[in-house]
Design a protein around this ligand. Structure first.
Ligand code: OAD
Length: 247
């Protein structure tokens, strides 16, 4: 990184993984640490199928508050820098985000995989009706129900649940294609503590497929040792510079 930028040339393929830290400077709380979203909320109470079965009103209140926070937030220069990089690289770029806030899409990202679901979709807790766009703020009672009678729930991947196989496949395919192409391959993680799998393991898979791996995070991440390069800093201040894109 002699000029302070990632090595992204004409043929480079780039896979980016983002976490809550990229939205922190848009005013959205991260999950871990003092004042974080899980601070004061046992995770299993608000982010697990068991928690939803026990107290669906508490869970909907939590996610409705998060919908309100996300609706009031604006994408920041780091979200915009990734959208600009996508514009430059086209199908040599993929953004996998653990965030459910919708800010990447609002910044213009389209080659985007939301691995933990979206705050802006709702699905049935009982039947296979497909998830649908929803910008309401349920708190109950009564809570919204599906035509099948079961309660509706946020389309978020909770603890103890599997990721949507389609999202996993598109990330796997991108890595395999990059590895088989002979082109340079860069993996970059931004604003994620490296605590939650499988996302925290993408760095290891990317290395297997020959990627040069980079981490930009405010604090040392749990899985920092798995990266070739680590940059400590704020996403808004450091990402546009690392990507060579004006904020
Ligand atoms: P965390 O809250 O675990 O970690 C956020 C990371 O962002 C921390 O390591 C901070 O140091 C870093 N950070 C904070 N502000 C930053 C900034 N301005 N610039 C750069 N980095 C900054 O969030 P995630 O790693 O995203 O899952 O958490 C992963 C998953 O855990 C979430 O998707 C969520 C949660 O359980 C579900 O809800 C399913």
């Amino acid at each position: 990184m002699s000029d302070g930028r990632l090595p992204i040339g004409e043929r480079t393929r780039v896979l980016v993984l983002t976490g809550a830290g990229i939205s922190a400077e848009s005013g959205l709380a991260t999950f871990r640490g003092a004042g974080g979203l899980w601070d004061g909320h046992p995770v299993e109470q608000v982010a697990s199928p068991v928690g939803f079965a026990e107290d669906p009103e508490l869970v909907w209140s939590f996610y409705s508050a998060r919908r309100r926070d996300a609706a009031a937030a604006e994408p920041n220069a780091a979200h915009r820098a990734l959208a600009a990089l996508e514009e430059r690289l086209g199908d040599r770029f993929l953004l996998a985000t653990q965030n459910v806030d919708g800010l990447h899409a609002r910044a213009g990202s389209r080659r985007l995989v939301e691995v933990h679901g979206s705050l802006w979709r709702t699905r049935c807790s009982g039947c296979m009706r497909p998830a649908f766009a929803d910008a309401t703020y349920p708190v109950g009672p009564p809570l919204p129900r599906c035509a099948c009678g079961a309660l509706l729930r946020p389309d978020i991947v909770w603890f103890g649940e599997l990721l949507d196989p389609a999202t996993t496949r598109s990330i796997d395919r991108f890595m395999r294609d990059a590895g088989g192409s002979g082109d340079p391959f860069v993996f970059l993680a931004v604003g994620t503590s490296g605590n939650v799998y499988p996302a925290a393991g993408y760095v290891t898979a990317a290395r297997f497929f020959g990627a040069d791996t980079w981490l930009l995070n405010l604090d040392p991440a749990e899985n920092a040792g798995a990266f070739d390069h680590t940059v400590e800093g704020s996403a808004v201040q450091s990402l546009p510079r690392l990507l060579g894109i004006d904020g």
